[in-house]
Design a protein around this ligand. Sequence first.
Ligand code: AMP
Ligand code: GLY
Length: 425
Amino acid sequence: MKTLVIGTGGREHALALALSRDPGITEVHAAPGNPGIAAVATLHDVDPMDGAAVADLGARLGVDLVVVGPEAPLVAGVADAVTERGIACFGPSRAAARLEGSKAFSKEVMAAAGVPTAASRVCSTAAEVEQALDAFGPPYVVKDDALAAGKGVVVTTDRAEALEHAASCDRVVVEEFLDGPEVSIFAVCDGTTARALPPAQDFKRIFDGGRGANTGGMGAYSPLPWTPADLAERVLATVVQPTLDEMVRRGTPFVGVLYVGLALTAAGPRVIEFNCRFGDPDSQPVLALLTSPLGELLRAAADGDLGVVPAPTFADGAAVTVVMASAGYPESSSKGDVIVGTETLAKERDVEVIHAGTSRTDAGLVTAGGRVLAVCATGADVADARAKAYEGVATISFPGAQWRRDIAAVPLGVVEGASLTEETT
Ligand code: AMP
Ligand code: GLY
């Protein structure tokens, strides 16, 4: 089977690696890809937002499956263009991707499906926002309704800050604060059926102890030894299946990864958000542990045949990924800083360097984004995987590199300290 992965980041590198390990996959292509992906796939220069161009490339290469990684092309309808060309596509249609593309829409679907989530109100005027803030009380949670590349949510005890954020958006969702550790569950869906992968935890703040600004994620690990063994299955039954059923009822079945961001509150698991794709970096440790063929799983999902392939299997032990970010992240990022050490690490067993924002120039490998790369290691348990990941980080360097020292550190599963520092953005 020939596959084409669309995207440029760490998620796409992790997907390309897992596909290249699948004995049923003969060719892995990626567009546009990155220097890390180039080691396991043939790269093609295509605008990932251009559905017709992606479909043309898939047809020209004769691929059997296109995997669209990021949310922006999915929300823009790239999967629709690929399936209309008669090529199997893993990733939701434009209509189904609204589960991530509009917070108000996802809340509406959750309400209709009876999915446990934070109580919320959609607000378009300052007066509505004031009333909603009064109704829920502090800490205040204000979310931009539109896709905002991880910058749309403000969680704060400062009412003025909450109002200011609402004023900077067209339409916002104001919601109840959910108190509890966050976990990510990825459900592979074929429209009617779903398979849950083991849970992962993402570390979202820039600094140790959960301090500082929100980022796209500074590290992650999987599985989560402190959660109930049946958590993923419970979430499948109480969240994913009702959501799939509701999307079918609306005539827009969801095919792809339903990424369930959960808070484990005292009252039970509550959905914080839905995304319509694998998380990054949180899917890296999950994919690193996968032992069954990824291509077969994603192709079955694209074809509506998940029920006929075996459930995915995972190695015993654990995986930990630690992100190295460039100077200035997350407010800005530094480009062109020379990265050394990745070649040595590429030869290590059980350790992968996952590229996210790198570029190959005359000067060698350089930084080209905020989150530059991640070191993802597997091990006998979380502590072993963590030690290997940090040994890997120690061999890589670039000017201004920043990384957290407490990814997957004991105690595991604590609420990320400052979910409400004043610098929350
Ligand atoms: P989102 O973009 O919806 O994932 O939100 C970004 C981050 O804001 C989440 O990962 C949580 O840490 C936090 N957050 C979002 N909604 C809530 C909520 N209702 N209660 C507490 N924290 C939240
Ligand atoms: N790690 C968070 C995300 O992928 O949205």
